[in-house]
Write a protein that binds this ligand. Structure first.
Ligand SMILES: C[S@@+](CC[C@H](N)C(=O)[O-])C[C@H]1O[C@@H](n2cnc3c(N)ncnc32)[C@H](O)[C@@H]1O
Length: 254
């Protein structure tokens, strides 16, 4: 539960500071949003990049936590998480009369979860690192037409990476993740693995990019770049998802 709540607090700060419009997140976390400006800008980029994949179709959201994208963006979704998180989410949605047509909740342990139906879009936003195995990723790689969107901290041996993972460990989270090179060779027909620094460089452009950068300007932008270079966005595609990748603005330069 704490994991879902801490992510929701960070996303709440995104809404409070004007990065995104989200009138729903405060139903799920009562306290103020948390995080510093660089984390918040990073959350914005992660939310925005993932949402750009939603036109691909109905989504299976693994470890959905208290993410509110179903209410903000619409579409159809199946959200999976641990029983305590799903029960709380269902209960809060009911208490606040949030729309649930088109939304299915599944209580499951993702270490042993096998989806009953196959949604074309699978979202795993900061989830795989907490699992003990890659079973669900292996299952997804066998689907014919599928886009798996993965956001993760990247394994790295540099000083910043070591401190970052030590800090997760202090909070009791011993993350199991991969390097960028390991993500890039997932067994799908096409895989794009980008650092969040690259995603930010490509997404934070134009009028919207200027608006976002102006919300909480940094004294030292290189610190933001360093932080973002330790997170990755991976798009793993089979079948009809392969040409869909060409429609994503942050992949146009590849
Ligand atoms: C860091 S949070 C991310 C939440 C959401 N994806 C987001 O970005 O807003 C990780 C989520 O994965 C869920 N999770 C971790 N391990 C899980 C497991 N074995 N089975 C089901 N859910 C799990 C947690 O409950 C939590 O909601």
């Amino acid at each position: 539960m704490e994991l879902a709540l801490s992510t929701a607090r960070a996303k709440k700060r995104c809404a409070e500071r004007g990065y995104i419009e989200d009138p729903y997140v405060s139903h799920f976390v009562a306290d103020r949003g948390t995080g510093d400006p660089s984390m918040t800008r990073g959350y914005y980029a992660r939310i925005r990049a993932i949402e750009l994949t939603f036109p691909f179709g109905p989504r299976l959201v693994l470890g959905a936590g208290f993410d509110t994208s179903f209410w903000r963006c619409g579409g159809k979704a199946v959200e999976v998480d641990a029983p305590d998180v799903i029960r709380a989410k269902r209960e809060i949605a009911k208490r606040n009369s949030l729309r649930v047509d088109g939304l299915d909740f599944v209580e499951a342990d993702l270490n042993s979860f096998v989806p009953e139906s196959s949604q074309p879009l699978i979202i795993a936003e900061c989830v795989f690192a907490y699992l003990r195995n890659d079973n669900i990723l292996d299952w997804a790689s066998r689907q014919e037409n599928v886009l798996v969107v993965i956001f993760e901290p990247l394994k790295s041996n540099d000083k910043f990476g070591k401190i970052m993972f030590e800090n997760f460990g202090i909070r009791g989270w011993n993350l199991r993740t991969k390097t960028m090179d390991e993500w890039a060779v997932l067994p799908f027909q096409k895989v794009k693995a980008l650092s969040m620094k690259t995603v930010c460089d490509r997404l934070l452009v134009g009028e919207e990019g200027a608006r976002i950068r102006g919300l909480e300007p940094f004294d030292d932008p290189s610190e933001f770049d360093l932080l973002m270079s330790h997170y990755g966005l991976v798009l793993a595609a089979n079948g009809t998802a392969v040409p869909f990748l060409d429609t994503l603005p942050f992949l146009l330069d590849d």
